[in-house]
Write a protein that binds this ligand. Structure first.
Ligand SMILES: [Zn+2]
Length: 172
């Protein structure tokens, strides 16, 4: 009797290149100048950062005629505290990470929040801090903005819990 193959193990590697779109190139050019730009959908008014070249909700193309300048300020809407015994924070003190809803957009941006664990809370008004822009940032900014190394409190009054909830419900 022949044994039937029940399982095969194989390793697959796939390298690919994704050329940046015109909207992405314009966005990265602005970031090199420490500016943030987005595209405002002409149909629904949503602002996308980085600009996608279209609105996925309305299925409408956008281009540099829809470009808007954006501030580096926003509201902290979620956060977590990474403790030193966490695998990815070994050798460091506690680090605050959070999600910021940039003013004028409904786009959540993640990053390091420059406050202590005792200070962090949702509703904080924060400002992005520009740092060195690395090639690695440009290639893969993750859920952040390339060049924005952290977010610091602006000193403005907090926004209320209702506003935080509204921002979260509108996140795209
Ligand atoms: Zn739209």
């Amino acid at each position: 009797m022949t044994d039937h193959v029940k399982m095969l193990h194989s390793v697959v590697s796939l390298d690919y290149e994704r050329p940046p779109t015109l909207a992405t190139r314009e966005y990265l050019d602005a970031v090199r100048q420490k500016r943030l730009i987005g595209h405002r959908c002409p149909e629904c008014g949503r602002v996308y950062l980085p600009p996608k070249g279209y609105c996925p909700v309305c299925v409408v193309a956008t281009d540099n005629r829809d470009e808007v300048n954006l501030p580096t300020t926003g509201v902290l809407v979620t956060y977590t505290v990474l403790n030193p015994d966490a695998l990815h924070a070994l050798g460091q003190g506690s680090t605050c990470r959070g999600t910021v809803m940039l003013d004028g957009t409904a786009v959540p941006i993640m990053g390091t929040i420059s406050v202590t664990p005792a200070e962090i809370h949702t509703g904080m008004r924060v400002r992005g801090v520009w740092g060195e822009l690395t090639t690695a940032d440009m290639v893969d900014p993750g859920w952040g903005v390339p060049g924005l190394k952290a977010w610091e409190p602006t000193g403005e009054p907090d926004v209320g819990a209702d506003e935080v909830q509204r921002l979260l419900s509108e996140a795209t």
